[in-house]
Design a protein around this ligand. Structure first.
Ligand code: IVH
Length: 674
């Protein structure tokens, strides 16, 4: 090997170690040492090194988290030792009875310590590490056999692909780690917003969403979900000895597995019970769902002596809180307009204590759901805060009060008074007005961050400008002076001048980007570009009939109608006129070449037959976004798009660990916002 090759290998190994270290600081210790951008620099360097030298890529490199989907679905695998379940207790007394039984079985004068851990409401998994390397990850299944979902578990950044080195000590020959994969609640809320915005059904709770994400056939889809994990135990261990649960948690944590920082070791059962009760009101602040507290006898020797009954260990109990529903009065149904214009009904309740917190509002899903359950303003209703932290109205608590009537979605948007619409086949009502105040801030973010890509003006700046009332619409942005920007908190003269210059320069951005930035429903990058190239000017586009719009690839009757409606709206026309007067491009210039775009620098390969696109159309769409489309798969390939009856290219991608996209993922890639 040449000395250059040796130093490349060395640098790659060093980068991997650094990235693993910073991953650990971030995910396990929750104490990052470097900012995200510095982490990205390390990651990008490793990725470019590996792209230039495909021979040095290792399967456990942090760049290799997203692999190819399993060709034939998920294999069934036997667990090294069964994954059991827990007996539950719901009262302090039952918990104390259990502790008495434990003491009786062990001998009354033997000290017993307990480890308490939040019982995470997610999906149980087993992770097998051989000599420190993750070789297999599986779902719990029936406890004896689960499904091999290694490809999906690898995409979860909090799961180390390699255990952290312990100085000179060799990693254990074999360890089967047990843990719970879960969907953090902020990510879950965003996920459900996106589901609803895309006209799909929201997941009923974070547990379902976590379990569903693990069973996705395409790991690229799982990779997009912000899943995390808490490791809580070990099934089988060869090459190391552990004596207690507490030691096990420390052992796992030292090796890079994320354990719950709220775990506690207690010796008195009264303190155990107090803690379990106190947790009920803490659970709402956790950021993830828990459905109880797991209490385990700490000593493994004692655990073995206690044994189990019907597959449930005598050494552990799940403490679950009393039912989390209550009856209260539904005072009013409000309607909140989300950032995509979706109208969300919201229940205002007479405050009631449920599941350890006081609840005064709850989500209602949509008009159909409210009418199906016959939930009416003024009625007594049942409110539930079960596994979910977000309270729900289950239904009326009895007969309707006299004078109440079935609820209807308001005909006009509560914010802008535009007539609301409910597109065919969708359950949600929407405000069609793109200039609706609910969407102003998001439109601005989209404009500066993605569509016009304005340097030196980030989301923080936009938020400040918004809060100060200086910018409330796209035209406002172009009316700002450098002097006004300099007055903004955190801005000095130089940064204000730069931001001002970037805003002015953005007026040179091509028409297609401006169109994309206007947030016209179902007009993403590709459609915006096609519209700009096809019609040439905004005037021609505004005059276009539905038939003329439908001449464009990718525009069907629904989309054509949405586009025409958008341009027919008086307020939108004013917006276009104002932006045009301010100097933005509303005509296609000669230089609008399909070169730069959000996919610039990436390479795709298409194989098999796609349902909605011809090969040529798919290629043109990718190229319009700046991607290259090539005929053969290599390490440099960003992803392979696989249609029906794919050829050997799919297998080649699998071999090289190149991600594979199904047609639905490809559609999302083209139109992420539509
Ligand atoms: S210990 C014999 N610890 O709860 C089973 N389980 O009913 C020992 N769970 O499916 C399990 N958090 O996935 C344990 N800290 C924790 C847990 C936990 C969540 C889940 C687990 C299992 C169920 C047990």
């Amino acid at each position: 090997m040449s000395s250059e090759a040796v130093s490349t290998e060395r640098r790659a190994a060093e980068l991997r170690r650094l990235i693993e270290h910073h991953n650990y600081r971030y995910h396990v210790l929750d104490d990052p040492e470097i900012p995200d951008v510095a982490y990205d620099v390390l990651f990008d360097e490793l990725r470019s090194l590996e792209e230039a030298h495909p021979e040095i890529v290792s399967a456990d490199s942090p760049t290799q988290r997203v692999g190819a989907p399993p060709a034939e679905g998920f294999r069934k695998v036997d667990h090294h030792s069964p994954m059991g379940s827990l007996e539950k207790v719901t009262t302090r007394e039952a918990l104390e009875r259990w502790a008495d039984d434990v003491r009786k079985r062990l001998g009354t004068d033997e000290p017993v310590a307990y480890v308490l851990e939040p019982k995470i409401d997610g999906s149980a998994v087993s992770l097998v590490y051989e000599r420190g390397t993750l070789v297999r990850g599986a779902t719990r299944g029936d406890g004896e056999r689960g499904e091999d979902v290694t490809v999906n578990l690898r995409t979860i950044e909090a799961i180390p692909l390699r255990m952290l080195d312990q100085g000179s000590a060799a990693p254990p020959a074999l360890v089967e780690v047990r843990g719970e994969v879960y969907f953090p609640l902020d990510g879950f809320a965003r996920f459900n917003d996106a589901q609803v915005a895309a006209g799909r059904k929201p997941a009923p709770n974070a547990r379902n969403a976590a379990a569903g994400s693990l069973r996705q056939l395409n790991p690229a889809v799982t990779a997009e979900r912000p899943l995390s994990i808490f490791a809580y135990g070990i099934g089988v261990l060869e090459g190391a000895e552990l004596a207690t649960q507490w030691e096990t948690l420390e052992w796992l944590r030292a090796r890079g597995l994320r354990t719950n920082p709220s775990a506690e070791r207690l010796e008195a059962i009264a303190a155990v019970a107090d803690t379990c009760v106190a947790w009920e009101s803490r659970r709402a602040d956790l950021g993830y769902e828990i459905d109880g507290i797991v209490i385990k006898v700490d000593s493994f020797d004692q655990q073995r002596r206690l044994g189990s009954l019907h597959g449930r260990p005598r050494f552990a109990r799940a403490f679950k809180w009393a039912p989390t529903s209550a009856v209260t009065r539904l005072l009013k149904i409000h309607v909140r307009v989300g950032r995509t214009g979706v109208l969300n009904p919201l229940a205002e309740l007479e405050p009631v204590h449920v599941g350890g917190v006081t609840v005064s509002s709850a989500t209602l899903h949509n008009e159909d759901d409210i009418r199906r359950k016959d939930i009416r303003e003024g009625d007594l209703v049942i409110v539930q805060r079960a596994g979910d932290v977000i309270p729900q109205v289950v239904g009326p608590a009895g007969e309707h009060e006299s004078g109440t009537k079935p609820w209807r979605m308001p005909r006009r948007c509560p914010l802008c008074k535009a007539q609301v619409v409910r597109p065919d086949g969708e359950v949600m009502h929407r405000c069609p007005n793109r200039a609706c105040p609910s969407r102003g801030l998001e439109t601005l973010y989209h404009w500066v961050g993605s569509a016009l890509d304005i340097e030196n003006v980030g989301a923080n700046t936009i938020k400040k400008l918004w809060d100060e009332g200086m910018v409330r619409s796209l035209p406002d942005l172009y009316r700002l002076t450098a002097g006004q920007l300099a007055e903004l908190d955190g801005f000095a003269e130089i940064s204000a001048t730069r931001a001002f210059a970037s805003i002015q320069q953005s007026k040179e951005q091509p028409f297609s980007r401006v169109l994309f930035g206007l947030n016209i429903p179902k007009v993403g990058w590709v459609i915006a570009r096609s519209l700009a190239l096809h019609f040439g000017t905004v005037d021609a586009l505004m005059r276009a009939s539905l038939e003329q719009l439908e001449e464009i690839d990718g525009i069907g009757p629904d989309r054509a109608e949405l586009i025409a409606e958008w341009f027919a709206d008086g307020e939108n026309r004013v917006l276009v006129d104002e932006l045009r007067a301010l100097g933005l491009q509303f005509a296609t210039a000669q230089y609008e070449q399909p070169s730069a775009g959000p996919l610039s620098g990436s390479q795709y390969v298409i194989t098999g037959t796609l349902q909605a696109w011809s090969r040529e159309q798919a290629k043109a769409a990718l190229e319009a976004l700046g991607a290259k489309v090539t005929g053969s798969v290599s390490k440099r390939t960003t992803a392979v798009i696989v249609g029906e009856s794919p050829g050997s290219k799919a297998a080649k991608a699998d071999e090289l660990g190149v991600p594979v996209l199904a047609e639905a993922d490809f559609a999302r890639l083209l139109e992420p916002d539509a």
